[in-house]
Design a protein around this ligand. Structure first.
Ligand SMILES: [Zn+2]
Length: 84
């Protein structure tokens, strides 16, 4: 199964620099151990980070004329003989 990952920046709780962590779509809530790399200016500490995934479903409605209902015939007359 395809499980895409989403790279995010997280802030080290010890020194405050930004570390880059990739979170998988499925399992993002499982704690990941992050090393604050000294070669990237970090503080040589480990910390745990989890992520939440939010899915936004926003429907967009499109009208399709002529499908699902009968449009009135412009030349048709109603029961009284008058124009519709
Ligand atoms: Zn750090």
């Amino acid at each position: 199964m395809n499980n895409p990952t989403f790279p995010q920046h997280v802030t080290c709780p010890f020194c405050g620099i930004l570390d880059r962590v990739s979170f998988p779509l499925y399992g993002a809530g499982i704690p990941r151990i992050v090393y604050c790399d000294t070669e990237a200016g970090g503080c040589d500490q480990y910390y745990a980070v989890t992520a939440t995934v939010q899915v936004i479903v926003e429907p967009t409605v499109h009208r399709i004329d002529g499908i699902g209902r009968v449009l009135p015939d412009p030349g048709a007359r109603d029961e009284d003989g008058g124009a519709r």
